[in-house]
Design a protein around this ligand. Structure first.
Ligand code: ADP
Ligand code: MG
Length: 257
């Protein structure tokens, strides 16, 4: 479904990504982890066609993403950037409705079908009571739900998320990831998400990619990537790995050296 083939990215002299190759199958959730500055956001921007790689290519259903029109990409992919939604005095309803634009022709206004879709998704994401509230008056957790709702009405095949749980408390972090997880399971959505929390990444991803200084350090299942020696090498810390008592996913406990 999605192929990243020998992608390299340089910003003038600076080599930010080098020879990144992997494939993502339809319906899977891939977690991208790695230290700050390892190139995660840059990789996500290249996958979404926002940045052009220095060499290599990203293909979606065998087509180079850079050869597709913006609107065609928007029908295939929804992106939640690291910056989140801008703080503007626009209502929640209108913000989510914007997610329908890839499906509305330039000479059309939104149709009854689009309005229904927005209402369904507002209910599904538990924010219908906020629909008339302005975006710049929402809490962080509410705003992230609006961002997910906007992506949902876009009806993409692929969802790209860049650190969607930053600044949220643990309850709201789980809330957002559960929402994405249900959506993935219900519709066969393909998810690529950057998460800085390794424990959450291990719990919600089918596969993990560990980036370090612009290269893929490890790629594989949670057990293959969440290993003491690998994390010690990459993060220069001494983690203890334990199995989660409930779902037997590897989890990390931090200790000082
Ligand atoms: P991460 O998301 O893993 O923290 P980024 O992809 O944001 O990392 O950044 C990786 C490296 O690329 C950083 O050193 C950053 O300074 C650099 N970088 C990112 N964007 C640009 C840019 N537009 N111009 C120059 N350097 C950039
Ligand atoms: Mg980043």
């Amino acid at each position: 479904m999605l192929t990243v083939d020998s992608v390299t990215k340089h910003f003038s002299e600076k080599k930010v990504l080098q020879d990144i190759t992997f494939q993502v199958d339809k319906g899977t959730c891939v977690g991208i982890i790695g230290p700050n500055g390892s190139g995660k956001s840059t990789l996500l921007k290249i996958i979404s066609g926002l940045l052009t790689p220095t060499s290599g290519e990203v293909k979606c259903n065998h087509k180079n993403i850079l050869h597709l029109k913006q609107k065609t990409i928007a029908k295939k992919m929804a992106v939640l950037s690291q910056d989140g939604l801008p703080s503007s005095p626009i209502s929640v309803f209108d913000t989510v409705l914007m997610g329908r634009y890839p499906h509305i022709k330039w000479y059309q206004r939104e149709r009854a079908h689009d309005i229904e879709k927005v209402q369904d998704v507002l209910n599904l994401t538990g924010i219908s009571h906020l629909q008339n509230q302005l975006l710049d008056t929402l809490s962080g957790g509410e705003k992230q739900r609006v961002a997910i709702a906007k992506a949902m009405v876009q009806e993409p095949q692929i969802l790209l998320l860049d650190e969607p749980t930053t600044y949220l408390d643990i309850g709201h972090q789980l809330n957002i990831l559960e929402l994405v997880n249900h959506w993935q399971k219900e519709t066969g959505l393909t998810v690529i998400m950057v998460l800085h929390d390794l424990n959450l990444a291990a719990q919600y991803s089918d596969e993990l990619i560990l980036l370090n200084q612009g290269v893929i350090e490890e790629i594989g299942t949670n057990e293959e990537v969440i290993q003491k020696d690998i994390l010690e090498r990459v993060y220069e810390t001494v983690p203890e790995i334990v199995m989660h008592p409930k779902n037997h996913v590897p989890q990390i406990l931090l200790t000082s050296r």
